[in-house]
Design a protein around this ligand. Structure first.
Ligand SMILES: CC(C)(COP(=O)(O)OP(=O)(O)OC[C@H]1O[C@@H](n2cnc3c(N)ncnc32)[C@H](O)[C@@H]1OP(=O)(O)O)[C@@H](O)C(=O)NCCC(=O)NCCS
Length: 225
């Protein structure tokens, strides 16, 4: 994979705050033109005061601006909502554990005049570093096929189903109807491992004692380790 160009001279990336609400909303509306309301929830996040471990507790909203302070790109992310809805995740402690380890970029968007200059890549790299420093192990995002090469060049593995080994051979699988998923380990414990018997690879090491050895296989119900 060729490395992604970044020509970020004069561009600064910083956490967004309440005063940036309209700028962020306008930018991210372009990430999902068919559903411009999709990111309205971000208004609530931005109304909150800054708080760790991300920019707003377990949400991250960052803004790229040019040398004059004009907003040129925005990224938002945080908790993957599927973790709250998955039938296989019925234990609150397990959900809580995964929420502190798996993050998602829910929108990234660059102003049309500034596309192709590395701002999008800069925002995604910055987000990966932030999730890593906050103790997460995996950064994920959903994408439409046109952007597959883009995310792969940024070091993501792309797949149809996100399989997460949560321990004892138990694998949680999440698939989306309209998009594929990209994932990138951001700590040294987490890895993406191909497993015999599963078409998509498995996330290894996201929780304690959830490592997946190279020779593991899936027997139709669980991982055999
Ligand atoms: C996708 C997006 C965030 C990329 O940001 P960017 O700053 O323009 O991208 P970068 O400068 O980091 O990288 C440019 C690369 O992305 C590729 N790319 C950007 N948009 C693309 C698209 N819609 N289809 C295919 N490739 C695309 C370019 O071909 C280029 O590849 P190259 O470096 O090999 O030439 C930006 O184009 C955008 O805001 N698009 C509209 C919103 C959107 O689709 N967001 C993603 C879904 S949440």
């Amino acid at each position: 994979m060729k490395p992604l160009r970044t020509r970020l001279s004069g561009i600064r990336i910083r956490d967004a705050g309440r005063q940036d609400t309209e700028a962020v909303m306008q930018l991210v509306a372009a990430a999902n033109p068919e559903d411009p309301e999709a990111f309205e929830g971000a208004r609530l996040t931005l109304a909150q005061p800054p708080a760790g471990p991300l920019s707003h507790f377990r949400s991250l909203v960052i803004l790229a601006e040019d040398a004059s302070g004009n907003p040129v790109g925005a990224l938002m992310g945080g908790a993957p909502t599927w973790l709250f809805e998955h039938d296989g995740l019925d234990h609150p402690d397990l959900v809580e554990g995964l929420l502190t380890r798996i993050g998602i970029v829910s929108a990234v968007s660059v102003h049309p005049d500034h596309r192709g200059g590395g701002v999008g890549a800069g925002l995604i790299r910055h987000a990966a570093g932030r999730f890593a420093r906050a103790g997460y192990g995996l950064l994920t995002l959903n994408f439409f096929p046109a952007l597959e090469g883009y995310y792969r060049r940024l070091g993501f593995t792309t797949m149809d189903t996100l399989h997460v080994h949560v321990g004892d051979g138990y694998v949680v699988g999440q698939r989306w109807g309209d998009t594929r998923v990209a994932a990138k380990p951001v700590d040294r414990y987490t890895a993406i491992v191909p497993v015999r018997g599963l078409a998509s690879p498995v996330i290894s090491g996201i929780l304690p004692r959830s490592g997946v050895p190279q020779d593991a296989y899936f027997d139709g119900e669980q991982l055999r380790i």
